[in-house]
Write a protein that binds this ligand. Structure first.
Ligand code: FES
Length: 151
């Protein structure tokens, strides 16, 4: 196992803990890279294809490196009623990506979330945890442009 994944040694080396190992890597790196698949397979003595299978089965695991700015558009009930699908379309158009993707510059990644806990501000999105509410098209695009300007 490469030194890059030495922190895996904090997880018991038993196949039973494969998911724990994946969660540990994702918490550390933000996603499960090809190198991580290999390292985890070696650590738990399972074929890489089995590790891939587990990763693809559970939606919690990401195979794409997150962007510097993680945009999360809420699609919980309150936000959905207030037009979250439009927010998602505007963000996707502005950034040129779909949920689950990261843009080519590695600046933005996009995901949907169930509820950010501030339904009174619906529709809502967050960027790296900072919440923006009562969004309209103009405001949404302006926020994204500000982040892009700051790089
Ligand atoms: S449903 Fe969007 S913040 Fe609760």
């Amino acid at each position: 196992m490469s030194d890059k994944f030495a922190y895996l040694s904090s997880v018991e080396r038993s196949r039973t803990y494969l998911i724990k190992g994946l969660q540990t890597v994702q918490a550390h790196d933000g996603y499960i890279s090809d190198a991580a698949i290999e390292a985890i397979a070696a650590y738990f003595s399972v074929p890489p294809v089995d590790v891939e299978g587990v990763v693809s089965f559970y939606a919690q695991f990401k195979r794409t490196r997150p962007g510097k700015y993680k945009v999360a558009v809420c699609d919980g009930t309150a936000c959905h009623i207030k037009g979250s699908i439009s927010i998602l379309e505007w963000v996707g158009t502005e950034l040129g990506i779909k949920p689950g993707q990261t843009d080519r510059d590695g600046l933005f990644s996009l995901e949907t979330v169930a509820c950010l806990g501030c339904c009174s501000l619906a529709p809502v999105m967050s960027i790296n945890g900072k919440v923006y509410g009562k969004l309209d098209r103009k405001g949404t695009v302006k926020i994204l442009k500000e982040y892009r300007k700051n790089g």
